[in-house]
Ligand binder design. Structure first.
Ligand code: BG6
Length: 370
């Protein structure tokens, strides 16, 4: 079943490009228009949506944060991301114009299922983004957009995360198309950029493993790791931190780089490993400069810095102790490549510690209790 790979996790990380490619398949017309008729929500209902609330747990909730940044930018409606376990206990504001998006790989996570039931009771529409055909979450939703990542066996989610971001982006672009908040060309160009991502992910898988492995060997005895990022790099920092804690049992903390000075910097000491997701130097270069200064601040306190950065970024090459490179891509596409080295890094760390990467202690693939 593992088809020559050391573990399901290894196999599934190598299926990251396919997960994105297959999730796009058949959903874009030849003339570049999105076709999501499969949703069975009529256009007028879509046009009237004035707020989105994503409910999800763990990795799926981080895909939700990535989606929030993109959808608010494209569609200009507020997107909240809520941990499913908190949602129904705080009396959230739900109306018939609220679209609740439940993201779940398994489709069986009880916290997410209870959240969507609550949303429907309050009269909101629920759309599921799910990887498992016929599971409970899509069955109980008004509409479903399947991620086509294929079965995910390893407990720690990898390829499903990329497929969730892809599907949520399709939903966002579809809303933009329906509501007319983006020009047709812009939607077409964004879809084109999205369809180029599988090759870019493949480049990371082909060129970065040696550096990642060497870094894991060097870091295997570290007691804790900090992960920081800004903008869409922030949820990727959270996801990188989660992967390492889930399977390598290392204490990790992911946070927004801007928060460094408001607390986490107190944790930085001689030799502390800090993983930094660096935004592209082009375009949003204000953020690039800010993240570079975060690198300098932690280094001044003795941190060992591991950067995830765009090829050709000289600033990073000079400053960071180690760099995992990604190919050039638009900022909103960068999560799809930036997460890949972090998945590989967590797997290498767990293997070097002789842990079972597919079945980490105390965790289950889908948690069917609340
Ligand atoms: C957790 C898993 O229990 O559930 C995570 O350990 C996963 O890996 C989370 O992200 C949510 O699962 P699902 O199936 O709803 O996406």
């Amino acid at each position: 079943e593992k088809g020559g790979w050391d573990s399901f996790m290894d196999k599934e990380i190598h299926e990251d490009p396919e997960a994105v490619r297959n999730t796009l398949l058949g959903r874009v017309d030849l003339d570049g228009r999105l076709n999501l008729d499969e949703l069975h929500i009529d256009e007028n209902a879509f046009k009237s949506i004035d707020k989105i609330i994503v409910v999800a747990c763990g990795t799926a909730s981080y895909a939700g944060i990535v989606a929030k940044y993109a959808i608010e930018h494209w569609v200009r409606i507020p997107v909240e991301v809520e941990l499913a376990s908190e949602f129904r206990y705080r009396d959230p504001i739900l109306t018939p114009r609220t679209l609740v998006v439940a993201i779940s790989q398994s489709g069986e996570t009880m916290d997410t299922l209870m959240a969507l039931r609550h949303a429907r009771e309050q009269g909101s529409k629920v759309l599921a983004i799910c990887n498992t055909q016929g599971s409970s979450i899509p069955r109980e939703s008004d509409a479903v957009l399947y991620t086509h990542a294929g079965p995910e066996i390893a407990v720690a989610s990898t390829k499903a995360f990329l497929a969730q971001i892809t599907a949520a982006y399709l939903l966002g672009l579809y809303l933009a198309q329906t509501k007319g908040t983006m020009y047709r060309d812009e939607i077409g160009n964004t879809l084109e950029a999205l369809s180029q991502m599988p090759e870019k992910i493949q480049w990371v898988l082909d060129t970065q493993p040696q550096t990642i492995h060497d870094t894991a060997r060097r870091m295997v005895d570290a007691h804790s790791f900090l992960f920081l990022g800004r903008h869409v790099g922030y949820p990727i920092a959270l996801e990188g931190a989660l992967k390492l804690k889930e399977i390598a049992y290392t204490f990790t903390e992911g946070f927004a780089a801007g928060e460094l000075k408001h607390g986490p910097i107190a944790l930085v000491d001689e030799g502390e490993p800090v993983v930094v997701i660096v935004p592209p130097a082009r375009g949003r270069n204000i953020l690039h400069a800010k993240v570079m200064s975060a690198i300098e601040e932690v280094q001044a306190r003795g941190a060992f810095t591991i950067a995830v950065a765009e090829e050709g970024d000289e600033d990073v090459a000079q400053k960071a102790d180690v760099v995992f490179w990604r190919p050039e891509c638009p900022t909103l596409m960068s999560p799809l490549v930036d997460v890949v080295p972090l998945q590989l890094f967590a797997m290498d760390m767990a293997m070097l510690k002789h842990y079972d990467v597919d079945k980490p202690r105390n965790l289950a693939k889908s948690v069917t209790v609340e």
